[in-house]
Design a protein around this ligand. Structure first.
Ligand code: HXC
Ligand code: NAP
Length: 293
């Protein structure tokens, strides 16, 4: 008899696969690390000895990120920064450099997203998401690489993506297009900057619910009853699982991995049904009435 047991739970929070001190003496710059997945990623680097730089817009997020890293006893500094603004990114790297030296690792985690039927999306809504998720990611990568090229030092970039980069994302046309650009950028930059010692990889989370999710994303999730049974793994991701993957990609043990995007989603993005369920429009999924112009 084959029971549906789902994928096993990972080791507990606080465990790590890499040797203790793997990132000792290194600095890791994580955008959007005051909340959710960025905070979880920063914590795993901190557990392995890294000094952490957190860059994002909101003081309350920066404070929360700082507290999480300080609780682990690791060095941390926070920098207010809107990644849409290249000058603010340059200033944030100056602050990071002043605190701990040029960051060895950049995790481009910050992104923007909200569900909206494409026909309802305002031009500014589209621009805002593309500007933060795609342009912001490039501007941060560019700043990091230029500084390393000038210093002739190696570095590692991890860009956080989403699986609708490959499949399209109904209800998330802006974010899906931006994440497709982020995935494509990984492949280009890995080749351009490999000769200078800079690795560039992508990291795609599956569904990782957390308490910091925006009300828009949370509301979208709440329209489905149980998040576990809709995953082939029969469970959602645990935050530390994404953190472990990020630390591996940026570690000395993955030096020859570059231009790759690693998907950590229990195979959810490859899911197809034997029999197709009936099509439900994005409007209906979101409980919206007919399009009225
Ligand atoms: C339709 C919306 C909207 C919504 C904003 N807009 N929210 N349109 N539905 N729910 C429109 C606004 O009306 C405006 O257009 C434009 O978007 C810009 O909005 P602002 O509020 O002025 O922008 P800003 O203050 O820069 O804030 C950016 C933001 C915000 C993206 C709108 O939500 C934010 O700061 N998000 C950061 C956190 C985040 O998004 N996390 C999700 C990470 S991705 P008009 O035309 O009115 O001027 C993620 C992936 C999960 O979690 C995937 C699967 C679950
Ligand atoms: P989140 O908690 O909403 O985090 C987004 C972070 O981005 C926030 O900390 C925010 O900080 C920062 N940010 C947004 N706009 C910014 C800007 N203009 N400049 C600087 N920072 C900005 O979302 P999350 O779930 O942790 O998502 C993290 C990453 O995982 C994103 O790339 C997301 O697309 C990806 N992802 C998540 C899931 C999931 O299930 N959670 C699934 C697929 C992909 P401030 O508000 O302080 O600026």
């Amino acid at each position: 008899m084959s029971e549906c047991i789902g994928l096993p739970e990972p080791p507990p929070r606080g465990a790590h696969a890499l040797p203790a001190g793997t990132f000792a003496g290194q600095t890791v710059f994580v955008t959007g690390a005051g909340t959710g997945l960025g905070k979880a990623i920063a914590e795993e680097f901190a557990r392995l000895g890294a000094a952490i730089v957190i860059a994002s817009r909101k003081p309350e997020h920066l404070d929360a990120g700082r507290a999480a890293i300080e609780a682990l006893g690791a060095p941390v500094t926070t920098v207010p920064c809107d990644i849409r603004e290249p000058e603010q990114i340059a200033a944030a790297f100056d602050a990071a450099d002043a605190a701990f030296g040029l960051p060895d690792v950049l995790v481009n985690n910050a992104a923007a997203n909200f569900p909206v039927p494409a026909e309802d999306m305002s031009p500014n809504a589209w621009r805002t998401v593309v500007d933060i998720t795609l342009n912001g990611t490039f501007f941060c990568a560019r700043e990091f690489a230029r500084r390393h090229l000038l210093a002739s030092t190696p570095g590692s970039i991890v860009n956080v993506g989403a699986s609708y980069a490959w499949t399209g994302g109904p209800g998330f046309a802006h974010s899906a297009a931006a994440k497709a650009g982020v995935k494509n950028m990984v492949e280009t930059l890995a080749v351009e900057w490999g000769p200078y010692g800079i690795q560039v990889n992508g990291l795609v989370p599956g569904l990782f619910p957390h308490e910091d999710m925006t009300a828009d994303i949370q509301g979208n999730l709440e329209r489905t009853s149980d998040k576990d049974v809709v995953q082939p793994a029969l469970r959602v991701g645990r935050l530390r699982e994404l953190g472990w993957a990020a630390t591996f990609l940026a570690s000395p043990y993955a030096r020859f991995v570059s231009g790759h995007t690693l998907v950590v989603d229990g195979a959810n993005w490859q899911r197809r049904s034997l029999t197709n369920p009936p099509v439900v429009t994005v409007r209906d999924q979101m409980g919206k009435g007919p399009f009225a112009g």
